[in-house]
Design a protein around this ligand. Structure first.
Ligand code: SF4
Length: 175
């Protein structure tokens, strides 16, 4: 498995490279393209969420074998790097591996990723998605207005993207 891939088409503007860390996402946004992109059953995608098998080791191996450094790596397109209510330690391990190899991360979440702010520096980006959607339309995510508050402690730049982030999971070919 080579989990680090180059986004294609419009998704490329979001980072040099990207990684999709989890098998699904519990946030259940009504506009989610994840199941369609991954050819997964929608209910299965939202209810069966875990880190992809061997993802941490695979990322470390690929970083080493391909000497990937100095890149901006986006987390994630077909999932959220902080799936609410699930074990997200793999995210921390992967951020550490990316930073230790001289790369930068660009995180986009609808949950709270503040636990990992200590790993970030001025060249990393932490983004929260504001869609303006009613919480019933994103029932598994934290409430929209509180996402901005949770980003206040970010050591990195605070990166705010507007509504069109809701369609981003549909852009890249997943790996
Ligand atoms: S946070 Fe992203 S991946 Fe998760 S359900 Fe919403 S749109 Fe899909």
């Amino acid at each position: 498995m080579k989990p680090i891939y180059e986004p294609k088409g419009k998704a490329k503007e979001y980072g040099d490279l990207a990684i999709n860390l989890y098998t699904g996402c519990p946030h259940r946004c009504f506009y989610c393209f994840g199941p369609a992109v991954l050819h997964r059953d929608k209910e299965e995608f939202h209810s069966h969420v875990e880190s992809r098998m061997g993802i941490v080791e695979a990322v470390k191996m690929q970083l080493h074998s391909e000497q990937i450094t100095g890149k901006l790596i986006h987390l994630c397109f077909t999932c959220d790097p902080y799936p609410k209510g699930y074990d997200t330690f793999a995210t921390r391990e992967i951020i550490e591996a990316l930073k230790n190899s001289g790369n930068h991360v660009q995180i986009l979440t609808k949950n709270d990723g503040s636990r990992d702010f200590d790993l970030l520096d001025k060249d990393d980006w932490y983004g929260v998605t504001f869609t303006g959607a009613d919480h019933r339309q994103e029932p598994g995510a934290i409430i929209g207005w509180s996402r901005g508050r949770l980003s206040d402690g970010a050591a990195s730049g605070f990166w705010l993207r507007q509504r069109n982030w809701g369609s981003v999971p549909g852009y890249p070919a997943s790996r």
